[in-house]
Design a protein around this ligand. Structure first.
Ligand code: SDX
Length: 433
């Protein structure tokens, strides 16, 4: 729901301009500057889009001050307790919880698309064993548009949207597991139709021709929770990338490939891997928590407390709260005493009581504890961000579809303020100093 409010008045060069203002269904307000440049010749400047709303959206609501996160209005706390990842993916993509028939049809369609084209295996064989799984994932997801060129496109209405959705959600999991098997030199393990989404992933990751891999229902539940918690997060860096790239009307898979690449960065989805590397470094070097926090606070170092801070949450990231609890449950279930968990909790305690972090409202975010669970599950460090991408995929799809359905579809094309040289003539080589 979008409500029109009293217009904002802008005084510029002796003139008064009225700018429309709007309020969303949770009370967020915005000044609509669609006509600003035409009316005033001015544009706005906003480094990092910290104050700029790129779109209106019905998908996810975040209240950063209160630590609220809801998908299509449903709090994540209820979804992690009562739902599973496939059902939550359906909710995010289609805008409602599925009824029994819809759910089973969706689950069956996911299963029917869980294999990848055998020719795609040649990509795996052509990549070095040392290839980072995020590099593999982005390449393989982009190649889906080569293997399935008739991919859904709202302008061409060729393939059903449902098929494109199920194909990429099902196959991203298979590609991820295959990239792991490739990295350890083991044969690929194919999905089994009788397993649900997360069970199938763990099966493809850890079963092998020589072991009698048994599915662990505590790990399946924990993985469902982790993927649910990563499923969407409104206009973060990678989702904004998917929207921007998709606005050129390129296909869904190429847009998602761009999102995967954006997520890879250490300031974004790559942080879960960096957190474990940071904790491991502190432990191996015998650095005390207080000494490390001093290193972070010393601006001469360019050290960040990875897994801490957030552009939107100025309170505890509600996802981190749930993941921290799940972390303890999984480690207790597996009877693992991970010193990195103890160190992480000591670090959190110290930071939350340190003025530097308090003044800047820096709290643990989704990445601070998630890597400890992945590590306990046996998922390798360089696959942690792949796990984030698998979780975020329904959000990317839903946001891409919402952008393409919002008419008229405008290609994303920000403006700038030029600060370079004024008119300059070309200098022939012999005259250059
Ligand atoms: C994700 O946007 C999303 O929704 C993302 C995400 C999602 O679900 O899609 O939630 C997933 O990306 C979570 C964030 C994962 N990244 C990290 O954990 C990396 C460490 N955190 C940061 O670098 C930082 O907090 C960001 C990138 C998350 C947010 O950066 P902002 O909003 O641009 O804030 P900033 O860099 O301008 O920092 C403001 C101040 C600065 O200090 P001053 O210049 O005011 O003195 O806070 C400091 C920063 O130096 N600061 C930190 C810090 N984060 C911010 N100082 C130490 N450690 C940190 N982690």
């Amino acid at each position: 729901m979008l409500e029109n409010l009293e217009p904002a008045k802008l005084e510029l060069e002796g003139k008064t301009y009225l700018l429309p203002t709007v309020r969303g269904s949770e009370g967020e307000k915005a000044i609509n500057i669609n006509s600003l440049r035409k009316d005033t010749s001015y544009v706005t400047l906003d480094n990092g889009f910290q104050n700029t709303g790129a779109c209106i959206s019905d998908i996810t609501f975040i209240d950063g001050d209160k630590g609220i996160l809801r998908y299509r209005g449903i709090p994540i706390e209820q979804l992690v307790e009562k739902s599973n990842f496939s059902e939550t993916a359906y909710l995010i993509v289609y805008g409602k919880l599925p009824d029994n028939d819809e759910y089973h049809k969706f689950a069956d369609t996911l299963n029917s698309h869980s294999m990848i084209h055998e020719d795609m295996l040649n990509f795996f064989h052509g990549l070095p064993n040392s290839a980072h799984p995020m590099g593999i994932l982005s390449s393989m997801v982009n190649s889906l548009s080569v293997f399935y060129p008739e991919v859904y496109d709202p302008e061409r209405e060729n393939e059903a949207f449902d098929v494109a959705v199920a194909r990429v959600i099902a196959k991203i999991r298979t590609i991820a597991a295959f990239s792991y098997k490739k990295s350890i030199g083991e044969p690929f393990v194919y999905p089994k139709h009788r397993y649900k989404y997360c069970a199938n992933f763990l099966h493809m990751m850890f079963a092998s021709p020589v072991n009698d891999y048994k599915l662990d229902h505590v790990l399946i539940k924990a993985l469902n929770q982790l993927l649910i918690l990563h499923a969407d997060h409104e206009q973060n860096c990678s989702t904004s990338t998917v929207r921007l790239v998709g606005s050129s009307q390129v296909n869904l898979y190429a847009s998602i490939c761009a999102g995967i690449c954006a997520l890879w960065g250490p300031l974004h989805g790559g942080a879960n891997q960096k957190v474990i590397e940071m904790l491991g470094y502190i432990k191996d070097q015998g650095i005390s928590v207080q000494d490390y926090l001093q290193m972070v606070k010393d601006k001469k170092n360019s050290i960040r407390l990875m897994g801490f801070g957030h552009r939107v949450y100025k309170n505890y990231d509600p996802r981190a709260k749930i993941i921290k609890k799940t972390c303890r449950e999984v480690l207790d279930h597996l009877n693992i005493k991970d010193p990195l968990l103890d160190l992480a909790m000591e670090m959190e305690e110290a930071a939350l009581n340190d003025d530097y972090f308090i003044e800047r409202k820096l709290y643990p975010n989704v990445d601070f504890y998630s890597g400890i669970i992945y590590k306990a599950m046996g998922i390798p460090l360089d696959m942690f961000t792949v796990m984030f991408a698998i979780g975020r995929l329904p959000g990317w799809i839903a946001q891409w579809k919402e952008m393409r359905d919002f008419k008229p579809v405008k290609i994303g094309r920000p403006r700038q303020i030029y600060t370079g040289p004024n008119l300059t003539d070309f200098t022939p080589m012999q005259e250059r100093k």
